[in-house]
Design a protein around this ligand. Sequence first.
Ligand SMILES: [Mg+2]
Length: 185
Amino acid sequence: MEKLIVDMDDVITENGFIRIINEFLNSNYKPEDAESYYINDLIPKEKLEEWVKFYKEKNVYDYVNLVEGAIEALEKLNEKYDLYIATAYVFRDAPEVSGKTLNDKYNYLIKNLPFIDPHKFIFISNKELLEADIRIDDSPKKLVGKARLKLLFTAYHNKDMTDEELKENNFIRVNSWKEVEKILL
Ligand SMILES: [Mg+2]
């Protein structure tokens, strides 16, 4: 079986950070309002300390929704591929709370992806260290390392990547899990 590594945030789940930020700021931002990959950059600098305190008390995964078709697709892919979920967990704004984030991620994964062996959940920062035949990620920076196929899952922060840039990086853009299924199943 080929080894397939799939990212979690903005590939399997979405909208957690934007909803928690809106609750904190009492705002109505949408993901596309973020000017970078780090949606937390929407928090004004003077509120950063307060934000970290707020975030610590919350579980981002109480705020997410599943990306449409993710579970159905992963269930099928798990039959055909040696499937791993690889997700980063270090919280940039306050690395000391990352252990809690890891715990929240793990609990979400075992609950929502019960058909995947928990030994195949990987919590990591540098995904380049992982070997894979196929990778799926929304972050161009994390879609690194060897692979015969790299699928860039469309998200608010990578929409502007041109066809030329995709080609240079050997990425194939996928806009939905249906498109992933078409390529991999
Ligand atoms: Mg991601």
